[in-house]
Design a protein around this ligand. Structure first.
Ligand code: ZN
Length: 319
């Protein structure tokens, strides 16, 4: 406000100037909206990030959650209940698969949110693995590895259900990503291999527009690698969206070739990208160790990745 006692003319000029500035801001905001679509009004994804971290803490409180454990069964229940509470319909795909330890029962859980695009619309899959690595020598709770992606997908479920996209969105919680013993082509990514085989056998591959994998995305010191195995055009969309949101410093230009749940989908012909921060603690010392605990994560990191995932779907809607 102008100070008391100032000449009226000055007041008027100030108000006119203020009005011009406000109008300018409104026009710029409107133009930005035209280019980028409606803003998420999450203020850096902080509300989303906090919700995701709450869910990670809930999962970590169950303790280690390897395939076949009681904690894993409780987690399946939590995932299903929270998806349903968000108004999302749930598909459970239970299967038994051969492992070095014999046949093991697993469950890929999928929350399905229909889009506005009608029957011909394609589907975007946001995926994570929810199992934690089997460890007998120490307590492995997988806050980041297993927990972070699961917590974030659960926090995204109500937002996606409410917002609605043109594409259908499936939130897929993959089982059995971790090796039972040593990571090999046959002892790893059981859930995604099953999903890929199923899409191939039921003719579903062309109906999937993109597969976006979230794995180890909660590290306080966030740095998502540019995975060279991922589909280049899809990876470019994600990096472009991250840049537009001001998150370039978290989406690195340094690359590496990741073996993860996206590989079976890539091999099946589904455009796929792996969003993974594979630099966890000094010299990777928090990865697959007792140090992978929730205190290493931040709501901010989870929120940033969640926001980029949402805006990537919005961007794919516009293409
Ligand atoms: Zn792992």
């Amino acid at each position: 406000m102008p100070q008391k006692g100032k000449p009226k003319g000055r007041r008027t000029k100030t108000w006119v100037a203020l009005a011009v500035v406000v109008a300018g801001v409104v026009v710029i905001w409107f133009l930005a909206l035209l280019v980028t679509g409606p803003a998420l009004s999450l203020a850096g994804g902080s509300a989303l990030g906090k919700a995701a971290l709450d869910r990670v803490n809930e999962l970590v409180a169950l303790g280690p959650r390897p395939v076949g454990s009681e904690a894993h069964r409780k987690m399946e229940r939590i995932i299903i209940d929270q998806l349903k509470a968000a108004g999302v319909s749930v598909d459970e795909d239970r299967f038994t698969t051969d492992t070095p330890d014999g046949p093991v029962a697993m469950n890929n859980i999928s929350g399905r949110i229909p889009g506005r695009g009608g029957p011909s619309a394609r589907t975007i899959i946001l995926a994570t693995h929810y199992d934690t690595k089997i460890e007998t020598k120490f307590q492995f709770v997988g806050a980041n590895d297993g927990g972070s992606g699961t917590g974030l997908l659960l926090a995204l479920a109500p937002l996606i259900a409410k917002r609605g996209f043109v594409h259908n969105v499936w939130l897929v919680f993959l089982d059995g990503e971790e090796a039972f013993h040593e990571w090999t082509a046959t002892d790893s990514v059981y859930g995604s291999r099953h999903l890929a085989a199923q899409l191939q056998s039921n003719g579903g591959v062309p109906k999937i527009g993109a597969f976006i994998l979230l794995d180890m995305i909660g590290d306080k010191n966030l740095g998502i690698l540019r995975d060279s195995n991922s589909t280049p055009w899809l990876r470019d969309v994600v990096w472009k969206v991250a840049g537009r949101l001001g998150y370039s410093k978290y989406f690195l230009s340094t690359g590496t070739a990741m073996e993860d749940d996206h590989v079976p989908l890539l091999q099946a012909g589904v455009p796929s990208v792996d969003l993974i921060d594979f630099d966890y603690g000094p010299d990777q010392s928090y990865w697959h160790t007792a140090k992978d605990t929730a205190d290493k994560l931040s709501a901010q990191s989870l929120g940033i990745v969640g926001e980029v995932a949402l805006e990537t779907i919005a961007e794919l809607d516009r293409q």
